[in-house]
Design a protein around this ligand. Structure first.
Ligand SMILES: Nc1ncnc2c1ncn2[C@@H]1O[C@H](COP(=O)(O)OP(=O)(O)O)[C@@H](O)[C@H]1O
Ligand SMILES: O=C(O)C1=C[C@@H](OP(=O)(O)O)[C@@H](O)[C@H](O)C1
Ligand SMILES: [Mg+2]
Length: 162
C-alpha cells in the first residue's frame, strides 16, 4: 500500500503503449462501492474473495500492465496464477509509506496506527512479494516516472515494442 502500483502502473502502460488495468478499480466498478465500504459492510475475507476473482478475470482477458492491490498475493491460487509472469514488486520504507498514504482513509487496513499496521503487514508479506516477483524496484526516492524507467530497465523493455 502506497508503493505506487496504481500510479506507476498507469505511467508504465502509457510508456509501453499498452492498456492499463487495476483490480481494485475493477472491484469498485463491479460492486458500485468503495473498497473501504466493502471492508466495513462485508469484512476482509469477502473482499479477498472478490479480489481473487478480479485478479483471475483480469489475468485471463487483459494484456498490458495490471496493478494489483497489496494484499492480493496473500492468496495461494493468485500466487500460482502470477508465476511465470513479469511481476514487479515495488518496495518502499515505512516512513515514505506513511507519508504517501497518510491521512487517506481509503485503505482500511491502515486506518488505525498506520505505521505499526504497515510494518506488520510488510513483515508478513515481504516473503510472498519476493516469491512472486521477477524483479524488485525501490520507489522511495524516485518519482513515478523514475520508477517506470527503473522497471523498464529491470525487465529489459527499454526498446519495447521494437
Ligand atoms: N514515486 C512516488 N513518489 C511520491 N509519491 C508517490 C509515488 N508513487 C505514488 N505516489 C503517491 O502515493 C500515493 C499512493 O500511490 P498509489 O499508486 O495509490 O499506490 P498503491 O497502488 O501501491 O497503493 C498516491 O497519493 C500517489 O500519488
Ligand atoms: O494491502 C492491502 O491489503 C490492500 C491494499 C489496497 O490496494 P493498494 O495496495 O493499491 O493500496 C486495497 O486492495 C485494499 O485496501 C487492501
Ligand atoms: Mg493501488
Amino acid at each position: 500500500m502506497g508503493s505506487g502500483k496504481s500510479t506507476v502502473g498507469e505511467v508504465l502502460a502509457r510508456r509501453l503503449g499498452v492498456p492499463y488495468r487495476d483490480t481494485d478499480a475493477d472491484i469498485v466498478t463491479a460492486e458500485r462501492r468503495e473498497i473501504s465500504d466493502i471492508f466495513i459492510e462485508d469484512g476482509e475475507p469477502h473482499f479477498r474473495e472478490l479480489e481473487k476473482a478480479a485478479v483471475r478475470e483480469a489475468l485471463a482477458v487483459h494484456s498490458g500492465v495490471l496493478a494489483l492491490g497489496g494484499g492480493a498475493i496473500l492468496d495461494a491460487t493468485t500466487r500460482a496464477l502470477l508465476s511465470g509472469l513479469p511481476v514487479v514488486y515495488l518496495s518502499l520504507e515505512v516512513d515514505e509509506a506513511v507519508r504517501r498514504t497518510g491521512l487517506n482513509q481509503a485503505r482500511p487496513l491502515l486506518a488505525v496506527n498506520p505505521r505499526r499496521q504497515w510494518r506488520e503487514l510488510m513483515d508478513a508479506r515481504r516473503p510472498l512479494y519476493t516469491e512472486v516477483a521477477r524483479t524488485v524496484v525501490a520507489t522511495d526516492d524516485r518519482t513515478p516516472d523514475e520508477v517506470a524507467d527503473a522497471i523498464l530497465d529491470a525487465l529489459e523493455l527499454k526498446d519495447f515494442p521494437a
